[in-house]
Design a protein. Structure first.
Length: 472
Protein backbone atom coordinates (compact mmCIF):
# COMPACT_ATOMS: atom_id res chain seq x y z
CA UNK A 1 0.00 0.00 0.00
CA UNK A 2 1.35 3.43 -0.92
CA UNK A 3 1.40 5.80 2.08
CA UNK A 4 -0.96 8.73 2.09
CA UNK A 5 0.63 11.81 0.53
CA UNK A 6 1.62 14.23 3.25
CA UNK A 7 3.27 16.69 0.92
CA UNK A 8 6.43 14.60 0.80
CA UNK A 9 6.02 12.43 -2.29
CA UNK A 10 5.65 8.72 -1.60
CA UNK A 11 7.51 8.51 1.71
CA UNK A 12 6.39 9.25 5.26
CA UNK A 13 9.33 11.02 6.84
CA UNK A 14 7.51 11.29 10.16
CA UNK A 15 8.05 7.58 10.79
CA UNK A 16 11.80 7.95 10.39
CA UNK A 17 12.18 10.23 13.40
CA UNK A 18 10.41 7.96 15.89
CA UNK A 19 12.74 6.12 18.31
CA UNK A 20 13.28 2.39 17.81
CA UNK A 21 13.13 0.28 20.96
CA UNK A 22 16.38 -1.48 21.84
CA UNK A 23 18.44 0.13 19.08
CA UNK A 24 20.75 2.16 21.32
CA UNK A 25 21.29 -0.77 23.67
CA UNK A 26 22.29 -3.11 20.82
CA UNK A 27 24.76 -0.59 19.43
CA UNK A 28 26.18 0.07 22.90
CA UNK A 29 26.88 -3.66 23.33
CA UNK A 30 28.68 -3.73 19.98
CA UNK A 31 30.74 -0.69 20.95
CA UNK A 32 31.65 -2.28 24.28
CA UNK A 33 32.94 -5.40 22.55
CA UNK A 34 34.82 -3.31 19.97
CA UNK A 35 36.60 -1.48 22.78
CA UNK A 36 37.64 -4.85 24.20
CA UNK A 37 39.28 -5.64 20.85
CA UNK A 38 41.23 -2.37 20.88
CA UNK A 39 43.59 -3.49 23.65
CA UNK A 40 43.44 -7.17 22.69
CA UNK A 41 42.23 -10.28 24.47
CA UNK A 42 45.55 -11.90 25.34
CA UNK A 43 45.59 -10.42 28.86
CA UNK A 44 42.20 -8.69 29.28
CA UNK A 45 41.73 -5.94 31.84
CA UNK A 46 38.52 -5.49 33.91
CA UNK A 47 37.11 -2.93 31.45
CA UNK A 48 37.50 -5.41 28.60
CA UNK A 49 35.86 -8.16 30.65
CA UNK A 50 32.92 -5.82 31.23
CA UNK A 51 32.63 -5.24 27.48
CA UNK A 52 32.57 -8.97 26.82
CA UNK A 53 29.90 -9.47 29.47
CA UNK A 54 27.78 -6.70 27.93
CA UNK A 55 27.90 -8.47 24.56
CA UNK A 56 26.83 -11.75 26.19
CA UNK A 57 23.95 -10.07 28.03
CA UNK A 58 22.74 -8.50 24.78
CA UNK A 59 22.10 -11.92 23.22
CA UNK A 60 20.66 -13.54 26.34
CA UNK A 61 17.42 -15.33 25.52
CA UNK A 62 18.56 -16.11 21.96
CA UNK A 63 19.91 -19.42 20.60
CA UNK A 64 23.40 -17.92 20.91
CA UNK A 65 23.12 -17.23 24.64
CA UNK A 66 24.90 -20.26 26.14
CA UNK A 67 27.79 -20.34 23.66
CA UNK A 68 28.40 -16.59 23.83
CA UNK A 69 28.23 -16.58 27.63
CA UNK A 70 30.90 -19.29 27.75
CA UNK A 71 32.99 -17.52 25.11
CA UNK A 72 32.82 -14.20 26.98
CA UNK A 73 33.95 -15.87 30.20
CA UNK A 74 36.86 -17.63 28.49
CA UNK A 75 37.91 -14.46 26.67
CA UNK A 76 37.73 -12.42 29.89
CA UNK A 77 40.12 -14.95 31.44
CA UNK A 78 42.52 -14.69 28.48
CA UNK A 79 41.82 -18.32 27.54
CA UNK A 80 39.63 -17.95 24.45
CA UNK A 81 40.09 -20.47 21.66
CA UNK A 82 38.98 -20.42 18.05
CA UNK A 83 35.42 -21.59 18.80
CA UNK A 84 35.04 -18.86 21.40
CA UNK A 85 36.11 -16.13 18.98
CA UNK A 86 33.66 -17.51 16.41
CA UNK A 87 30.84 -17.28 18.97
CA UNK A 88 31.76 -13.68 19.85
CA UNK A 89 31.90 -12.70 16.16
CA UNK A 90 28.51 -14.36 15.61
CA UNK A 91 26.98 -12.44 18.52
CA UNK A 92 28.33 -9.13 17.27
CA UNK A 93 27.08 -9.83 13.75
CA UNK A 94 23.67 -10.89 15.05
CA UNK A 95 23.30 -7.67 17.03
CA UNK A 96 24.11 -5.49 14.03
CA UNK A 97 21.80 -7.69 11.96
CA UNK A 98 18.99 -6.97 14.40
CA UNK A 99 19.74 -3.25 14.14
CA UNK A 100 19.60 -3.52 10.35
CA UNK A 101 16.28 -5.36 10.47
CA UNK A 102 14.72 -2.84 12.86
CA UNK A 103 15.86 0.08 10.70
CA UNK A 104 14.62 -1.62 7.52
CA UNK A 105 11.25 -2.37 9.11
CA UNK A 106 10.86 1.35 9.73
CA UNK A 107 11.93 2.12 6.13
CA UNK A 108 9.37 -0.34 4.77
CA UNK A 109 6.67 1.34 6.86
CA UNK A 110 7.75 4.76 5.59
CA UNK A 111 7.85 3.82 1.90
CA UNK A 112 4.91 1.41 1.94
CA UNK A 113 6.64 -0.83 -0.57
CA UNK A 114 6.55 -4.64 -0.39
CA UNK A 115 9.62 -6.56 0.78
CA UNK A 116 11.21 -9.35 -1.22
CA UNK A 117 11.17 -12.91 0.10
CA UNK A 118 14.34 -14.37 1.55
CA UNK A 119 15.95 -17.36 -0.10
CA UNK A 120 18.04 -20.09 1.46
CA UNK A 121 21.45 -20.67 -0.17
CA UNK A 122 22.12 -24.07 -1.59
CA UNK A 123 25.01 -25.98 -0.08
CA UNK A 124 28.13 -25.17 -2.07
CA UNK A 125 30.96 -27.43 -3.12
CA UNK A 126 33.67 -28.60 -0.76
CA UNK A 127 36.02 -25.83 0.24
CA UNK A 128 39.64 -26.10 1.35
CA UNK A 129 39.05 -26.46 5.09
CA UNK A 130 42.75 -26.13 5.87
CA UNK A 131 42.97 -22.69 4.22
CA UNK A 132 39.82 -21.50 5.97
CA UNK A 133 41.22 -22.71 9.29
CA UNK A 134 44.51 -20.90 8.63
CA UNK A 135 42.64 -17.67 7.85
CA UNK A 136 40.56 -18.06 10.99
CA UNK A 137 43.70 -18.64 13.07
CA UNK A 138 45.18 -15.38 11.80
CA UNK A 139 42.01 -13.49 12.75
CA UNK A 140 42.14 -15.05 16.22
CA UNK A 141 45.74 -13.85 16.56
CA UNK A 142 44.56 -10.35 15.66
CA UNK A 143 41.94 -10.46 18.41
CA UNK A 144 44.55 -11.50 20.96
CA UNK A 145 46.98 -8.78 19.87
CA UNK A 146 44.29 -6.08 19.66
CA UNK A 147 44.39 -3.07 17.39
CA UNK A 148 46.87 -1.32 19.64
CA UNK A 149 49.13 -4.37 19.49
CA UNK A 150 49.30 -4.92 15.73
CA UNK A 151 52.69 -4.79 14.05
CA UNK A 152 54.01 -5.87 10.69
CA UNK A 153 54.88 -9.34 11.97
CA UNK A 154 51.29 -10.01 13.12
CA UNK A 155 49.68 -8.51 10.02
CA UNK A 156 51.99 -10.27 7.55
CA UNK A 157 50.65 -13.59 8.76
CA UNK A 158 47.76 -13.17 6.31
CA UNK A 159 49.90 -12.91 3.17
CA UNK A 160 50.60 -16.59 2.57
CA UNK A 161 47.02 -17.61 3.39
CA UNK A 162 45.50 -15.01 1.07
CA UNK A 163 47.86 -16.00 -1.77
CA UNK A 164 46.73 -19.60 -1.44
CA UNK A 165 43.03 -18.69 -1.27
CA UNK A 166 42.75 -16.24 -4.17
CA UNK A 167 43.15 -18.79 -7.03
CA UNK A 168 40.14 -20.77 -5.71
CA UNK A 169 36.87 -19.14 -6.90
CA UNK A 170 34.97 -20.59 -3.93
CA UNK A 171 37.37 -18.81 -1.54
CA UNK A 172 37.71 -15.54 -3.38
CA UNK A 173 35.12 -13.70 -1.31
CA UNK A 174 36.81 -14.23 2.09
CA UNK A 175 40.25 -13.93 0.46
CA UNK A 176 39.44 -10.49 -0.95
CA UNK A 177 38.14 -9.29 2.40
CA UNK A 178 41.21 -10.57 4.24
CA UNK A 179 43.55 -9.09 1.65
CA UNK A 180 42.01 -5.63 1.96
CA UNK A 181 41.81 -5.87 5.75
CA UNK A 182 45.47 -6.87 6.04
CA UNK A 183 46.53 -4.04 3.73
CA UNK A 184 44.60 -1.52 5.84
CA UNK A 185 46.14 -2.83 9.04
CA UNK A 186 49.63 -2.84 7.51
CA UNK A 187 49.23 0.82 6.58
CA UNK A 188 48.34 1.55 10.23
CA UNK A 189 51.26 -0.25 11.91
CA UNK A 190 52.34 -0.01 14.61
CA UNK A 191 48.98 0.12 16.34
CA UNK A 192 50.54 1.57 19.48
CA UNK A 193 51.27 4.80 17.58
CA UNK A 194 47.74 5.34 16.25
CA UNK A 195 46.02 8.51 17.45
CA UNK A 196 42.62 7.24 16.37
CA UNK A 197 41.52 3.63 15.94
CA UNK A 198 38.51 2.87 13.70
CA UNK A 199 37.16 0.35 16.21
CA UNK A 200 33.74 -0.12 14.59
CA UNK A 201 35.15 -0.57 11.09
CA UNK A 202 37.88 -3.01 12.12
CA UNK A 203 35.40 -4.83 14.32
CA UNK A 204 33.13 -5.19 11.29
CA UNK A 205 35.91 -6.55 9.11
CA UNK A 206 37.17 -8.89 11.82
CA UNK A 207 33.79 -10.42 12.65
CA UNK A 208 32.78 -10.72 8.99
CA UNK A 209 36.12 -12.34 8.19
CA UNK A 210 35.71 -14.85 11.03
CA UNK A 211 32.24 -15.90 9.83
CA UNK A 212 33.22 -16.09 6.15
CA UNK A 213 35.91 -18.61 7.05
CA UNK A 214 33.31 -21.04 8.37
CA UNK A 215 32.54 -23.78 5.82
CA UNK A 216 29.40 -22.90 3.87
CA UNK A 217 29.06 -19.38 5.27
CA UNK A 218 29.94 -17.76 1.94
CA UNK A 219 27.46 -19.90 0.00
CA UNK A 220 24.77 -17.93 -1.85
CA UNK A 221 21.65 -19.01 -3.73
CA UNK A 222 22.23 -19.80 -7.39
CA UNK A 223 21.50 -16.71 -9.50
CA UNK A 224 18.33 -16.51 -11.53
CA UNK A 225 17.74 -14.68 -14.79
CA UNK A 226 15.93 -11.45 -15.61
CA UNK A 227 14.07 -10.75 -18.85
CA UNK A 228 12.19 -7.48 -19.19
CA UNK A 229 12.59 -3.70 -19.06
CA UNK A 230 15.13 -1.91 -16.87
CA UNK A 231 14.23 1.64 -15.83
CA UNK A 232 17.22 3.47 -14.26
CA UNK A 233 16.65 5.75 -11.27
CA UNK A 234 20.17 7.03 -10.68
CA UNK A 235 23.85 6.27 -10.17
CA UNK A 236 25.78 6.08 -6.92
CA UNK A 237 29.40 6.85 -7.82
CA UNK A 238 32.04 5.93 -5.24
CA UNK A 239 35.69 6.93 -5.52
CA UNK A 240 38.80 5.70 -3.75
CA UNK A 241 42.42 6.65 -4.38
CA UNK A 242 43.02 3.40 -6.27
CA UNK A 243 39.51 2.29 -7.33
CA UNK A 244 36.16 3.57 -8.57
CA UNK A 245 32.69 2.04 -8.56
CA UNK A 246 29.39 3.01 -10.14
CA UNK A 247 26.20 1.38 -8.90
CA UNK A 248 23.06 1.94 -10.94
CA UNK A 249 19.78 1.67 -9.03
CA UNK A 250 16.79 0.81 -11.17
CA UNK A 251 13.26 -0.59 -11.34
CA UNK A 252 12.98 -3.85 -13.27
CA UNK A 253 9.69 -4.74 -14.96
CA UNK A 254 9.61 -8.47 -15.82
CA UNK A 255 8.43 -9.39 -19.31
CA UNK A 256 6.03 -11.97 -17.85
CA UNK A 257 3.99 -9.23 -16.16
CA UNK A 258 4.92 -10.16 -12.59
CA UNK A 259 5.51 -7.49 -9.96
CA UNK A 260 8.33 -4.99 -10.64
CA UNK A 261 11.31 -4.99 -8.31
CA UNK A 262 14.30 -2.89 -7.33
CA UNK A 263 17.64 -4.05 -8.72
CA UNK A 264 21.24 -2.83 -8.83
CA UNK A 265 23.98 -3.12 -11.42
CA UNK A 266 27.57 -2.43 -10.38
CA UNK A 267 30.84 -1.90 -12.19
CA UNK A 268 34.17 -1.45 -10.39
CA UNK A 269 37.62 -0.68 -11.76
CA UNK A 270 41.10 0.02 -10.40
CA UNK A 271 42.37 3.49 -11.21
CA UNK A 272 45.46 5.69 -10.93
CA UNK A 273 45.17 8.41 -8.31
CA UNK A 274 45.53 11.06 -11.02
CA UNK A 275 42.14 10.16 -12.55
CA UNK A 276 39.43 11.92 -10.56
CA UNK A 277 36.01 13.51 -10.99
CA UNK A 278 34.39 13.17 -14.40
CA UNK A 279 37.41 11.26 -15.65
CA UNK A 280 36.17 8.23 -13.71
CA UNK A 281 33.41 7.62 -16.26
CA UNK A 282 36.08 7.06 -18.88
CA UNK A 283 37.39 4.10 -16.89
CA UNK A 284 33.98 2.64 -16.04
CA UNK A 285 32.01 3.29 -19.25
CA UNK A 286 33.58 0.64 -21.50
CA UNK A 287 32.70 -2.11 -19.04
CA UNK A 288 28.94 -1.54 -18.76
CA UNK A 289 26.68 -0.25 -21.53
CA UNK A 290 24.09 0.65 -18.92
CA UNK A 291 26.09 3.78 -18.05
CA UNK A 292 25.60 5.13 -21.57
CA UNK A 293 21.87 4.44 -21.31
CA UNK A 294 21.72 6.31 -17.99
CA UNK A 295 23.50 9.29 -19.49
CA UNK A 296 21.10 9.32 -22.44
CA UNK A 297 18.02 8.84 -20.27
CA UNK A 298 17.05 5.50 -21.82
CA UNK A 299 15.64 2.24 -20.56
CA UNK A 300 17.22 -1.11 -21.44
CA UNK A 301 15.76 -4.42 -22.49
CA UNK A 302 17.26 -7.38 -20.66
CA UNK A 303 17.22 -10.96 -21.89
CA UNK A 304 18.26 -13.70 -19.46
CA UNK A 305 20.46 -11.33 -17.48
CA UNK A 306 21.88 -13.17 -14.43
CA UNK A 307 20.53 -11.73 -11.16
CA UNK A 308 21.15 -12.67 -7.53
CA UNK A 309 18.47 -13.23 -4.91
CA UNK A 310 19.40 -9.82 -3.43
CA UNK A 311 18.60 -7.99 -6.66
CA UNK A 312 22.14 -7.53 -7.96
CA UNK A 313 22.39 -7.89 -11.73
CA UNK A 314 25.53 -9.76 -12.76
CA UNK A 315 25.93 -7.43 -15.67
CA UNK A 316 26.82 -8.65 -19.15
CA UNK A 317 26.35 -6.45 -22.20
CA UNK A 318 25.46 -9.57 -24.16
CA UNK A 319 22.15 -9.75 -22.30
CA UNK A 320 21.15 -6.09 -22.70
CA UNK A 321 20.26 -3.61 -25.42
CA UNK A 322 19.26 0.09 -25.28
CA UNK A 323 15.54 0.76 -25.56
CA UNK A 324 13.15 3.70 -25.43
CA UNK A 325 13.69 6.98 -23.56
CA UNK A 326 12.78 6.71 -19.89
CA UNK A 327 12.69 9.72 -17.59
CA UNK A 328 13.99 8.83 -14.13
CA UNK A 329 11.50 11.12 -12.37
CA UNK A 330 8.59 9.53 -14.22
CA UNK A 331 9.92 6.14 -13.12
CA UNK A 332 10.19 7.41 -9.54
CA UNK A 333 6.65 8.75 -9.53
CA UNK A 334 4.93 5.87 -11.33
CA UNK A 335 6.95 2.65 -11.02
CA UNK A 336 8.95 3.04 -7.79
CA UNK A 337 5.99 3.06 -5.32
CA UNK A 338 4.94 -0.48 -6.31
CA UNK A 339 8.41 -1.99 -6.81
CA UNK A 340 9.42 -4.75 -4.41
CA UNK A 341 12.49 -4.04 -2.29
CA UNK A 342 15.14 -6.75 -2.62
CA UNK A 343 15.83 -9.03 0.33
CA UNK A 344 19.14 -8.86 2.18
CA UNK A 345 21.42 -11.86 2.69
CA UNK A 346 21.95 -12.77 6.38
CA UNK A 347 25.64 -11.83 6.51
CA UNK A 348 24.92 -8.55 4.72
CA UNK A 349 22.51 -7.32 7.40
CA UNK A 350 24.36 -4.29 8.70
CA UNK A 351 23.24 -0.66 9.10
CA UNK A 352 25.89 0.58 6.66
CA UNK A 353 24.42 -1.63 3.92
CA UNK A 354 21.10 0.24 3.95
CA UNK A 355 20.71 2.18 0.69
CA UNK A 356 17.05 2.24 -0.30
CA UNK A 357 15.82 4.20 -3.36
CA UNK A 358 13.18 6.76 -2.38
CA UNK A 359 11.38 9.66 -4.02
CA UNK A 360 10.54 12.95 -2.32
CA UNK A 361 8.75 16.04 -3.55
CA UNK A 362 6.89 19.00 -2.14
CA UNK A 363 9.42 19.45 0.64
CA UNK A 364 11.12 22.64 1.81
CA UNK A 365 14.89 22.61 1.44
CA UNK A 366 17.04 24.63 3.84
CA UNK A 367 20.80 25.15 3.88
CA UNK A 368 22.69 26.30 6.95
CA UNK A 369 26.44 26.57 6.49
CA UNK A 370 27.17 23.35 4.56
CA UNK A 371 24.26 21.34 6.02
CA UNK A 372 21.16 20.74 3.87
CA UNK A 373 17.85 19.59 5.35
CA UNK A 374 14.57 18.67 3.68
CA UNK A 375 11.47 19.44 5.74
CA UNK A 376 8.91 16.84 4.66
CA UNK A 377 5.38 17.48 5.94
CA UNK A 378 6.86 19.31 8.94
CA UNK A 379 9.50 16.66 9.69
CA UNK A 380 13.22 17.35 9.07
CA UNK A 381 15.22 14.82 7.06
CA UNK A 382 19.01 15.16 6.86
CA UNK A 383 20.57 15.29 3.39
CA UNK A 384 23.99 13.75 2.81
CA UNK A 385 25.45 16.17 0.29
CA UNK A 386 28.96 14.89 1.05
CA UNK A 387 28.10 11.87 -1.09
CA UNK A 388 27.25 13.99 -4.15
CA UNK A 389 30.08 13.24 -6.62
CA UNK A 390 31.97 15.93 -8.52
CA UNK A 391 31.65 13.81 -11.68
CA UNK A 392 28.29 15.29 -12.70
CA UNK A 393 26.19 18.45 -12.81
CA UNK A 394 24.46 17.71 -9.50
CA UNK A 395 25.84 19.92 -6.72
CA UNK A 396 25.03 20.55 -3.05
CA UNK A 397 23.82 24.02 -4.08
CA UNK A 398 21.30 22.62 -6.56
CA UNK A 399 20.11 20.12 -3.94
CA UNK A 400 19.50 23.02 -1.53
CA UNK A 401 17.20 24.73 -4.05
CA UNK A 402 15.38 21.61 -5.24
CA UNK A 403 11.72 20.68 -4.95
CA UNK A 404 11.88 16.97 -5.89
CA UNK A 405 14.57 14.38 -5.25
CA UNK A 406 15.41 10.80 -6.16
CA UNK A 407 17.78 9.51 -3.53
CA UNK A 408 19.07 6.64 -1.44
CA UNK A 409 17.80 6.47 2.11
CA UNK A 410 20.70 5.56 4.41
CA UNK A 411 21.30 5.42 8.15
CA UNK A 412 24.41 7.04 9.53
CA UNK A 413 25.53 8.51 12.85
CA UNK A 414 22.24 7.65 14.52
CA UNK A 415 19.86 9.14 11.97
CA UNK A 416 18.31 8.50 8.57
CA UNK A 417 19.81 10.54 5.73
CA UNK A 418 19.02 10.96 2.05
CA UNK A 419 21.82 10.75 -0.49
CA UNK A 420 20.62 12.65 -3.60
CA UNK A 421 20.96 10.88 -6.95
CA UNK A 422 18.94 13.44 -8.91
CA UNK A 423 16.88 16.55 -8.20
CA UNK A 424 14.36 18.77 -9.94
CA UNK A 425 15.06 22.46 -9.41
CA UNK A 426 14.69 25.82 -11.12
CA UNK A 427 17.52 27.44 -13.05
CA UNK A 428 16.93 30.87 -14.58
CA UNK A 429 13.20 30.48 -14.00
CA UNK A 430 13.11 27.19 -15.90
CA UNK A 431 12.55 23.76 -14.35
CA UNK A 432 15.50 21.41 -14.87
CA UNK A 433 16.48 17.93 -13.74
CA UNK A 434 20.06 17.40 -12.58
CA UNK A 435 21.46 13.86 -12.24
CA UNK A 436 24.62 12.67 -10.51
CA UNK A 437 25.08 10.22 -13.41
CA UNK A 438 24.25 12.63 -16.23
CA UNK A 439 27.82 12.42 -17.58
CA UNK A 440 28.05 8.64 -17.31
CA UNK A 441 27.72 8.14 -21.07
CA UNK A 442 29.65 11.26 -22.10
CA UNK A 443 29.03 14.99 -21.94
CA UNK A 444 29.36 18.28 -23.78
CA UNK A 445 29.52 20.18 -20.49
CA UNK A 446 32.72 22.26 -20.39
CA UNK A 447 33.72 21.08 -16.91
CA UNK A 448 33.05 17.44 -17.80
CA UNK A 449 34.91 17.64 -21.12
CA UNK A 450 37.93 19.22 -19.43
CA UNK A 451 38.01 16.52 -16.72
CA UNK A 452 37.72 13.71 -19.27
CA UNK A 453 40.54 15.19 -21.34
CA UNK A 454 42.74 15.37 -18.25
CA UNK A 455 41.91 11.73 -17.52
CA UNK A 456 42.76 10.74 -21.10
CA UNK A 457 46.12 12.48 -20.85
CA UNK A 458 46.89 10.89 -17.47
CA UNK A 459 46.02 7.37 -18.65
CA UNK A 460 48.04 7.85 -21.87
CA UNK A 461 51.11 8.89 -19.88
CA UNK A 462 50.77 5.91 -17.53
CA UNK A 463 50.36 3.49 -20.43
CA UNK A 464 53.42 4.91 -22.14
CA UNK A 465 55.48 4.56 -18.96
CA UNK A 466 54.22 1.02 -18.41
CA UNK A 467 55.10 0.12 -21.99
CA UNK A 468 58.59 1.55 -21.55
CA UNK A 469 59.13 -0.55 -18.42
CA UNK A 470 57.91 -3.68 -20.17
CA UNK A 471 60.24 -3.07 -23.11
CA UNK A 472 63.17 -2.93 -20.71
Amino acid sequence: MVPADQGGGVMRADLLSDPIAGLDEALAAVDAFDQALVAGLLRPQPAQAAGLTELAHAVAGTPLAARVSEAAAKAAAGAAGEDHFVALAAARTALLGSVHDALMTRVIEATGRPRGEETVPATGGRQAANLLAAARAWLCDLARAGWQGIDHEVVSGAAQVVSAMLPDPSLRRPATLLDGFAAELAASCPGSALERIPARRWGDLWSRGILLTLPGAADVPAPGTATGRLLPLGVDLQEHATAAQAQVHAVFEPADGSAPGLVRATVSMPKPDTVVGAGLWQLLRPHMSLLAAVGEGRSMELTDMPVTAEGDLIWSDEHARPSEPADAFTTARVALPTATDAATAPLDRHPTRIAVPVFLEGYAAQQEDETVTFTVAGHPLAVDTDRVPTAGPLTPESVATSNACIGLLRWDAGTYRVQPLAVETTVRKKPVALHAGAWAGGTTDKVGVKAEKAATDAVAVLRERAGRLLRK
